[in-house]
Design a protein around this ligand. Structure first.
Ligand code: IFM
Length: 429
């Protein structure tokens, strides 16, 4: 029996892991999530989280020792702008130090400007449902690009806007806890406007101040949507609607410059081509079944199909490992003719062997897409550390590195070592 040749990756491929401020930093008292936690809306509070705000250098040492050459993190808006228009220069200096610490270790920073949390003052002004939020975001982006731009090439304006909208404005599980399709649509429109403006602002600041070219995108959560029953036209309709809304619509808006959803809205935007690359957060496939023809009913519901014979193992969040879905997603974005960065992909599991199997098979899917013409920039695993998984608290363990929350000790998992071999050799055996 002959063994398969290893899968080779290009020299400049980015390998690393991702985090976000509220999930790891600890003590983010000035944002809407902290307030939500204090109000008892979730089972666990983020508290000190991984105390990464002070332990970042130690954590980056770990990433370096694991042969990562890139790292994604987010800036905590509520720290740098604790009141409208008032900048906390210490917090800005902190993030400048964080970026320097990454560069000093040979890690390329990938910086997210908004990862689910809002300063409390902005949430009180109506958050993303209010158009005012767009101009506040513009001011914040301008300040960050000016203060930190010298260290950053890869920017992500907004993380997973549609997840945020679904959980915050449709089912109300996250702040602001709304269940309003009208507010959801307003927030969606404002996210699109905010991204477009942020794109223009970052490019403007780089042209004027840094004389380099940034690469700006957003991180889109993409699930592979399939009908619960392939024989049901109604299930197929809902799966298609979900796919159009969650995948096609945002990319069309940001590349072609119009917001269009059949029968619901149509608007020409004041910008187009505002993606320098595509950021994909991929985790699983979702089985969808029809509920009704209203809004958001047309997007159907998820069925669990617990006993379906084709379904692979599920993780602590109940998500199935389905690498083929990542390959198909990448093939679907290929016509955009933009480079693609996997901005998140990961699994939370008590069985670390499953984590490595997850990584191995998903990286193989990325490689397959590359050989079929998708220009890949890199792969960032979610997450470097175990962390605060929002409404699910500290239960789900996504980390390459295990965190003991009581002692704040870190322990490298075997899957991290397997992954590090791949990062070092740029090949998957
Ligand atoms: O932890 C989250 C992250 O904040 C956004 N993407 C999905 C991850 C896992 O649920």
């Amino acid at each position: 029996m002959t063994s398969k040749p290893p899968l080779e990756f290009p020299k400049n491929f980015l390998w690393g892991a991702a985090t976000s401020s509220h999930q790891v930093e600890g003590g983010n008292r000035l944002n809407d999530w902290w307030e939500w936690e204090e109000a008892g809306k979730v089972k666990e509070k983020s508290g000190d989280a991984c105390r990464h705000y002070s332990l970042y250098a130690r954590d980056f040492d770990l990433a370096k020792s694991l042969h990562h050459n890139a790292h994604r993190l987010s800036i905590e808006w509520s720290r740098v702008e604790p009141e409208p228009g008032r900048w906390d220069e210490d917090a800005i200096r902190h993030y400048a130090e964080v970026l320097k610490a990454l560069r000093a270790r040979g890690l390329e920073p990938v910086v997210t400007l908004h990862h689910f949390t809002l300063p409390v003052w902005l949430a009180r002004l109506g958050g993303w449902a209010s158009e005012e939020c767009v101009s506040h975001f513009e001011r914040y982006v301008n300040k960050m690009a000016t203060a930190l731009g010298g260290q950053v090439t890869y920017w992500i304006t907004i993380n997973e806007p549609l997840v945020f909208i679904y959980l915050g404005y449709i089912i109300g599980e996250w702040p602001p806890g709304e269940q309003s399709p009208m507010l959801a649509l307003a927030a969606f429109r404002h996210f699109i406007l905010a991204h477009g403006r942020a794109y223009q602002i970052i490019h403007g600041v780089y042209e004027k101040t840094w004389k380099t070219r940034p690469l700006v995108s957003f991180a889109q959560h993409v699930a592979h949507h399939v009908p619960c029953s392939p024989y049901s036209l109604r299930d197929r309709f809902s799966a298609l609607m979900r796919h159009l809304f969650f995948m096609k619509l945002p990319f069309d808006a940001l590349t072609r410059g119009y917001l269009f959803f059949p029968g619901i809205f149509c608007e020409k935007l004041p910008f187009k081509n505002t993606l320098d690359y595509v950021g994909i957060n991929y985790y699983t496939r979702e089985f969808i079944h029809f509920t009704d023809l209203g809004f958001p009913g047309i997007f159907g519901d998820m069925c669990s199909l617990k006993h379906h014979r084709d379904i692979a193992k599920r993780n602590q969040m109940g998500w199935e490992s389905y690498p083929e879905g990542l390959y198909r997603t990448l093939m679907e974005v290929r016509p955009l003719r933009l480079p693609v960065l996997i901005t998140e992909n990961g699994s939370c599991t008590p069985d670390d062997a499953d984590r490595w199997e997850f990584i191995r098979t998903h990286v193989a899917a990325v490689h397959k897409a590359m050989t079929h013409g998708v220009p890949m920039i890199g792969y960032l695993y979610w997450s470097l550390l175990d962390n605060f998984e929002w409404a699910q608290g500290f239960g789900p363990r996504f980390g390459l590195v295990e965190v003991d929350y009581a002692s704040q000790e870190r322990k490298i998992r075997p899957s991290a070592i397997h992954f590090s071999r791949m990062c070092e050799t740029r090949r998957l055996e």
